[in-house]
Design a protein around this ligand. Structure first.
Ligand SMILES: C[S@@+](CC[C@H](N)C(=O)[O-])C[C@H]1O[C@@H](n2cnc3c(N)ncnc32)[C@H](O)[C@@H]1O
Length: 262
């Protein structure tokens, strides 16, 4: 099992191969893509930025539509895609989560990625509910949000105890610009409220941020850390301390409150 996870975590198609920070996220993403049951799935990366996920997915042969409000991020994405000869696989569109229905079409996407976007929007619940409408019934969601436990722990380790307490109570990170962190329960509740059925939750970057930077220049340390991250990702006691929580979900086959408005 761990060998399969290690293989799936290695994005060896020219992008972030050694990136430990994403290692525990890729197995879940590949699983969604390979099980969606259509030969050419419509994949939408909402808030996909400069293509940290979209580019490796496109390199693996899947067409991806990236929707992002930032012209700079989209320009960087187009450049990266062109450099790798992937222009035909990636469509970059300016817009935000609320525009997805108009830009892509309600109920059209097979897989929706929404990675590290709800951390920065004003109203994550509304934004996710709007975004989920783009999924076809049975379509799947890969949601990545910042974990609260890691943000508290990092501040404690740095001796910033008052700040840690403020993150713990949720006071820190709301103003002036939201930078939210979520507990596992928050993230699951958010998806359920938006109408998604949660199928898996795991943690990413549980230990990597705690390792002194100079140790990461040793490839053996990196490989051991990758295995540790992957092995611990689904353990509840460790998952709660992850810098990122990765929620996989499905849009149920029929949802009257959504379907009736399509
Ligand atoms: C931290 S980056 C994450 C980029 C990419 N998803 C990844 O994980 O590598 C957050 C991205 O969300 C985008 N963003 C911010 N507000 C948004 C919104 N309301 N709707 C869609 N994207 C948004 C930003 O422009 C930025 O590209």
């Amino acid at each position: 099992m761990i060998e399969e996870l290690v293989a799936a975590s290695d994005v060896s198609l020219g992008e972030s191969g050694a990136d430990l920070r994403q290692a525990a996220i890729w197995p879940g993403v590949w699983a969604l893509l390979s099980t969606c049951g259509v030969p050419r799935p419509l994949i939408v990366d909402a808030g996909g930025g400069s293509g940290g996920f979209a580019v490796p997915i496109a390199a693996a042969g899947y067409p991806v539509i990236v929707v992002d409000p930032s012209p700079d991020a989209l320009a960087a994405l187009r450049l990266r895609a062109a450099e790798r000869g992937l222009d035909h696989q990636i469509t970059a569109v300016q817009g935000d989560l609320g525009d997805l229905g108009d830009l892509v079409g309600v109920g059209r996407a097979d897989v929706l990625l929404c990675h590290s976007v709800l951390d920065v929007v004003d109203d994550p619940a509304t934004a996710l509910a709007q975004a989920l409408r783009v999924l076809r019934p049975g379509g799947t969601l890969s949601l990545l949000v910042a974990g609260q436990g890691a943000a508290v722990l990092r501040r404690v380790l740095a001796g910033r105890i008052d700040e840690a307490f403020a993150v713990f109570t949720g006071e820190l990170g709301r103003a002036p610009r939201p930078s939210r962190r979520f507990s596992v329960a928050d993230a699951v509740a958010l998806v359920r409220r938006a109408g998604g059925e949660v199928t898996d939750v795991h943690g990413a970057r549980i230990f990597t941020d705690l390792v002194p930077g100079e140790r990461l220049s040793d490839p053996r340390v990196v490989e051991s850390l990758r295995r540790l991250e992957l092995a611990a990702a689904r353990h509840e006691s460790y998952r709660d301390l992850a810098a990122h929580l990765h929620v996989l979900a499905r849009r149920p086959a029929r949802q009257p409150h959504i379907d009736d408005h399509e």
